[in-house]
Design a protein around this ligand. Structure first.
Ligand SMILES: Nc1nc2c(c(=O)[nH]1)N[C@H]1C(S)=C(S)[C@@H](COP(=O)(O)O)O[C@H]1N2
Ligand SMILES: [Mo]
Length: 212
């Protein structure tokens, strides 16, 4: 018997049967790269990660300090608004849920939204309650390896769907910023880069909230 690589259509049937394929999506076995502008360089000596806005205490972590924060691993299905989905992706990094749970970040009572700020001024907004879900991660590793430069090295926000956790809000993949440098906690919502360009603000994959 020959060993066949996974068959795309067969895999798609499987996840469809498992109710994991959102409307209008197709399974890909690749990992497409999508972003606006060039991928920035990384200088570990100059890099920092900042948390500011509606928090009791602002934070600034160097790359070394960031790597000593408590770490989390999750497996998620990623859904891109351009209609590809990638299943069972493995991520490792820092969970905002854990940072808040351990008191390392203390949102003020009126904090209701979070803006991710990335290199070159890229931004993306999410409700705080979504940022605090298990399916949002400040990820340093994909598939056991540091994220590649095109996918956001050294750090990206990533959000997907966790199979069996239908209670979690699951937005499209653009709601995670590659080359992430900070989180701004906000009392009022503001649109990010793609939201200003007409992407849907809440971006729920199951409701097919793609564009306004
Ligand atoms: N910094 C930055 N992050 C970004 C974007 C971008 O333009 N700049 N695009 C978003 C969009 S539209 C998508 S679909 C995903 C794609 O992630 P990928 O390239 O790892 O597949 O990154 C998101 N994060
Ligand atoms: Mo996208």
């Amino acid at each position: 018997m020959k060993n066949h690589p996974p068959d795309r259509r067969q895999e798609e049937e499987r996840v469809r049967d498992e109710n994991r394929l959102p409307p209008g999506q197709a399974l890909t076995l690749k990992f497409p790269v999508l972003h606006y502008g060039p991928a920035p360089p990384f200088n570990p000596a100059a890099w920092d990660f900042r948390i500011w806005g509606e928090v009791e205490e602002e934070k600034r972590w160097t790359w070394d300090e960031f790597n000593r924060l408590p770490r989390t691993r999750i497996q998620m299905d990623l859904h891109c608004v351009t209609r590809w989905s990638k299943f069972d992706t493995a991520w490792e990094g820092v969970s905002v849920r854990t940072l808040v749970g351990q008191g390392l970040v203390r949102p003020r009572p009126d904090a209701c939204f979070v803006m991710q700020h990335a290199e070159y001024g890229f931004t993306v907004n999410l409700p705080l309650e979504v940022v605090l879900q298990e399916n949002f991660l400040l990820a340093t590793h994909f598939d056991g390896q540091p994220i590649t430069p095109d996918h956001g090295y050294p750090l990206r926000g990533v959000i997907g769907a966790i199979p069996g956790q239908e209670g979690l809000k699951s937005p499209y993949l653009w709601k995670g910023a590659k080359w992430l440098r900070g989180l701004e906690f906000m009392s009022r919502d503001r649109p990010g880069f793609w939201e200003k360009a007409g992407y849907n603000n809440s971006a729920d994959v199951w409701k097919e909230e793609r564009f306004e």
